[in-house]
Design a protein around this ligand. Structure first.
Ligand code: G3H
Ligand code: 13P
Ligand code: ZN
Length: 315
């Protein structure tokens, strides 16, 4: 089974009112954990790679490992560039064998974002590669850019319809209150679902029925995992994420792709800390990396079953 783009998986997800998990990867253990959990649930999945993950592992290594995972499991896997900052990085990912890219021009002025997105769409579509773009800005840290809450801007529904019409993108990442990282809400967790509904309505009115929306910054930051990290020497304080019920509501609406990275990092760190604390004489990386892989595999299975609802999406 070769890797796929996101067209079919999003079509089915929209109609089935579930979402496909888009999980950030940067090493073999994460890729295996995600692929094995997805296989066990018969679920399509997206593995995505940030600029810093590309720098860490290299596009060829990542592509070869994700491709091996898709061949080994036979499930549909899209290899996606996360937050591509410019045309060159998108082009490089496509030429390296990625099946989907995100061009993130959300920090540009609107017309500039439109212009740059069109350039990427043209190059990608000519090669059968799907494109995600973003409108509005999330708070939090992504790659080296840190957007504080005061500078975050929510997606404008009218602009969203205009943007999709003019750029020809395949999916749209929106800002409706999520943020990247492990510190999402100081008070009550809340997303602007009215805005999401409005975006979908405006898209429908513009002729885009069933248009897939993407939610970034959607880790739940499980308190039990934070406790595990801290119990074994971590010092993670004041972390909070998106409650599961909120994510479920998003999947029942137009959200077809949900991005999670932080939860994988926390699970990996918790498992490694515990392993090394429990076995101070251990120095075989397969021991602690194996425990981390197991914990991430369980985490992804839980996301697929209890959050995303993408079980059996391979049928
Ligand atoms: O969107 C942000 C992702 O969590 C990527 O983070 O650049 O540290 O790999 P990273
Ligand atoms: P989290 O930090 O909530 O995991 O979000 C990751 C993300 O949106 C990657 O693009
Ligand atoms: Zn993101």
């Amino acid at each position: 089974m070769a890797m796929v783009n996101t067209t079919e998986m999003f079509k089915k997800a929209f109609q089935g009112k579930y979402a496909i998990g888009a999980f950030n990867v940067s090493n073999m253990e994460m890729i295996q954990a995600i692929a094995w959990a997805a296989k066990a649930q018969n679920s399509a999945v997206i593995m995505q790679v940030s600029k810093s993950a590309l720098k860490y592992a290299g596009p060829l290594m990542l592509k070869a490992m994700v491709n091996a995972a898709s061949e080994e499991t036979g499930i549909d896997i899209a290899l996606h560039l996360d937050h591509g900052a410019d045309f060159e990085i998108c082009k490089h990912a496509i030429e390296s064998g990625f099946t989907s890219v995100m061009f993130d021009g959300s920090h540009y002025e609107y017309e500039e974002n439109v212009k740059k997105t069109i350039e990427v769409v043209k190059f990608a579509h000519d090669r059968g590669i799907t494109v995600e773009a973003e409108l509005g800005q999330l708070a939090g840290i992504e790659d080296d850019v840190n957007v504080d809450a005061a500078n975050a801007t929510y997606t404008d529904p009218d602009q969203a319809a205009d943007f999709v019409t003019r750029t020809g993108i395949d999916s749209l990442a929106v800002a409706i209150g999520t943020s990247h990282g492990a510190y999402k809400f100081k008070g009550e967790a809340k997303l602007d679902f009215e805005r999401l509904e409005n975006i979908t309505k405006k898209l429908e009115f513009a002729g885009y029925k069933d248009f897939p929306i993407v939610l970034h910054g959607a880790s739940s930051v499980d308190p039990a995992v934070i406790e595990m990290c801290n119990k074994f020497g971590g010092q993670i304080k004041g972390a909070s994420g998106i409650p599961i019920e909120i994510l479920r509501k998003a999947t029942s609406m137009s959200v077809c792709k949900i991005n999670m990275d932080t939860d994988i990092r926390l699970a990996t760190t918790g498992a490694i800390r515990k392993h090394l604390a429990d076995k101070p004489d251990s120095f075989d990386p397969r021991g602690y990396l194996g425990d981390a892989r197991k914990m991430v595999e369980e985490l992804i299975a839980d996301k697929i079953v209890n959050v995303l609802g993408s079980v059996d999406s391979m049928k």
